[in-house]
Design a protein around this ligand. Sequence first.
Ligand code: UDP
Ligand code: MG
Length: 346
Amino acid sequence: MADRPADKSPRTASGDPASGLSIVVPVYNEAPGLAHLHARLVEVARRLTSERGLAVEIVYVDDGSRDGTGQIAAGLPADAVDVQAITLSRNFGKEAALLAGLDHARFGAILFMDGDGQHPPALIETLVARWLDDGYDVVYTAKAHRENESWARRKLVHGFYWLINLGARQKIPEDAGDFRLLSPRAVAALRQLPERTRFFKGLASWIGYRQVRVDYEPAPRAHGQTTWDLRGLVGLSIDGLTAFSVAPLRVASVLGFVFAIVALLFGVQILIETLLFGGNVAGYPSLIVSAMVIGSVQLIMIGVLGEYIGKVLAELKGRPNYFVSERSLNTASAEAKPKTPARIKK
Ligand code: UDP
Ligand code: MG
């Protein structure tokens, strides 16, 4: 029975909300391209419903946009799919928007994708096939290559993943993006993780289950420009690292150890020189250099410690990651759709 084909028993059940698919799209100032993206998503959703009997909803999480993205999302037509529009009370950042989507999705499986057109809707069916036909729980996408990025950026990204995966049992795959599909049990697992400092890529990998990678070529942004600048990326990397891994603290211990050995060897050398050869050890330069090296390493490591203490403080305060100011649900099944979508009381 070694080469038994994968279990193809239908895991779809139209009408059963637990087994539908929620597509969560965080949007921040994406007004110009939203209607076009929605049309493409609806087209894919319609095929998923007709070919696989999969109920589909799209959840737009407006992360405090200032260009009316929220109102546009709330007014998008719900043909073939349900449309939820959730507006956060201010800009909380993409991680918080993803969490809001996770909290509000009504169907069992969730697919997360960007709202700027970089994650091709055409790939959704491939991801769904990996989930339904091949039985994978986490289908994540990765950039097929990074040739359009600078050498320095690629090296930095590489270093980041090396550090975050240092000694980790479940490695976070390099290049994996936030475009991914989670099966109902993976979604349930993700919902059980209580931490406030969220690093979605890391968490989705950490939960385990059957994970598979799908390569794709990111499209250019449909309009506008990326919200990430160097500062933002460095901030996200530090947050991701310290929220996820204690590797930086280990680096501190290892550095301390290395310096201790170097100091010991140096001390032995001085001792031998003085005792055996009666030499006069030159003091000034070596003193200054070692004081500076030790001083700066200590300051850096206090900073690293501070990052962890900051995380502990944030978890301790236990503030919500976001607040919802508006929420609307436009259901496809309603025969006469209301002109203004129903407001849901939270
Ligand atoms: N985004 C968000 N909140 C933010 C910044 C970005 O919800 O504070 C959304 C944005 O609308 C887009 C996705 O997150 O749908 C990815 O953002 P962006 O394209 O700027 O990032 P990049 O693709 O460059 O990584
Ligand atoms: Mg983008």
